[in-house]
Design a binder for this molecule. Structure first.
Ligand SMILES: Cc1ncc(COP(=O)(O)O)c(C=O)c1O
Length: 414
């Protein structure tokens, strides 16, 4: 059976060139970068080379602005908590968005428990916040704005440049979680105008368990972990040298081939959108139709239970995810899908397909053949389907009478 991996936003395979580079630092150059002997110096050289690779990839002006961290989650915590605590004397207000990954949202929730005030900005139907919303939320106690660059579930790209202009004008520190955007779309810290930016190795064909934080020179910040003097005391603990080397190589490769790869994946994405919307009624495209990541496709199929759809696709060899996350035994709909206004029922029928380097046109064709019968079968079995009233419009993909807008949501779905 054909195996198709369509879950690159969850994680990516390690590029063989990255693995090859890493292996040397596991078996041969295994020194501790803090040691002064030749083994240590070899490891130190590799860590500093990777730091340069990350700095170059995101347009940082100096390598000193890059610190490695355990994961993307840890980098987010370092950035947010580090700014919050360093600036506590100035104020206690943080602005974020309902689109954020739990690495940011739960970090902000924890800060709330510790006495900070957090404003979570609501999203528009495409999953975006505007610079105006940010400007309106600022108070004289605001010390940090943290808004993600691109969303992991619906692929929407946020207007980071516009938001950073507001932040700059009001002299407020601005962090963006770029875990999903780095290596897929242009990410340049000066063009985006951000003070802090976080990224992760395993989303860009690097290893799991390595992340990085960019911090603009002069940004008021303090460490959140305490120990040895590694990473200029920003992140103590013996460096994960192989992981760092892997991240450096991965980000270099991802940014080198980015434009060609983005164009290729955007073509696949647009083909899937077009054909699925044409072939499968009662389908809602989630996320922004254009302002979205190149390889990112996401839908909600009405009258469908997402987990069953994923299992049936899995039986066909297709690995895909849903916006629904099974937490503590209960199936909770994704916070992002409900934040863009979808009902719980609709959100449960979500599908996220994220393509990457290993995917081909044949994978796309295989998926486009496999999906419609699965949806049809599930709907035939589903009690949820009973209320479906086919629309008289011949081209409409939404079968309720009040849906003539071809994939756009009606007001009552918001
Ligand atoms: C937007 C975003 N931020 C942060 C993370 C966390 O990264 P990591 O898995 O390296 O902790 C993820 C991972 O899914 C993500 O998609």
């Amino acid at each position: 059976m054909r195996k198709v991996y369509f879950d690159h936003s969850a994680t990516t395979p390690v590029d063989p060139a990255v693995a090859e580079e890493m292996l040397k630092y596991l078996t041969e150059h295994y020194g501790n970068p803090s040691s002064i002997h030749a083994f240590g110096r070899e490891a130190r050289k590799a860590v500093e080379k990777a730091r340069q690779q990350v700095a170059t990839a995101i347009g940082a002006s100096s390598v000193g602005e890059i610190s490695f961290a355990g994961t993307g989650t840890e980098a987010d915590n370092m950035a947010i908590r580090g700014v919050a605590y360093a600036n506590r004397q100035k104020g206690n207000h943080i602005i974020t968005s309902a689109a954020e990954h739990s690495a940011v949202l739960n970090c902000c929730k924890q800060l709330e428990r510790e006495g900070f005030t957090v404003t979570v900005l609501p999203l528009d139907k495409y999953g975006r916040v505007t610079a105006q919303q940010v400007a309106d939320a600022i108070t004289d106690k605001t010390i940090l704005i943290t808004i993600m660059h691109a969303n992991n579930e619906i692929g929407t790209i946020m207007p980071i440049r516009e938001i950073s202009e507001v932040a700059r004008a009001r002299k407020i520190i601005f962090h963006t979680d770029a875990v999903q955007s780095v290596g897929k779309i242009p990410v340049n810290v000066d063009e985006l105008g951000v003070d802090l930016l976080t990224l992760s190795g395993h989303k860009i064909y690097g290893p799991k368990g390595i992340g990085a934080m960019y911090i603009r020179k002069g940004t008021f910040w303090q460490p959140i972990l305490f120990g040895g003097g590694q990473e200029r005391r920003r992140r103590p603990g013996t460096e994960n040298v192989a992981g760092i080397v892997g991240l450096g190589k991965a980000i270099e490769l991802a940014t080198q081939n980015m434009h060609v790869e983005a164009e290729r994946l955007a073509k696949y994405r647009d083909r899937i959108f077009k054909e699925v919307m044409e072939k499968i009624p009662n389908t809602i495209l989630t996320g922004h139709p254009e302002q979205r990541l190149p390889g990112h496709v996401s839908f909600c199929f009405r009258f469908i239970e997402g987990e069953s759809m994923l299992l049936m696709l899995d039986m066909k060899g297709i690995a895909i995810s849903s916006g629904s996350a099974c937490t503590s035994g209960s199936l909770e709909p994704s916070h992002v899908l409900t934040a863009i206004g979808l009902t719980k029922e609709v959100a449960h029928g979500s599908l996220r397909l994220t393509m990457g380097r290993i995917n081909t046109e044949e994978d796309v064709e295989y998926f486009l053949e496999a999906l419609p019968p699965i949806i049809e079968r599930l709907r035939a079995m589903s009690p949820l389907g009973e209320g479906c009233n086919p629309c008289a419009c011949s081209t409409c993909t939404i079968h309720d009478e009040d849906h003539h807008d071809h994939g756009e949501l009606s007001e009552d779905e918001y």
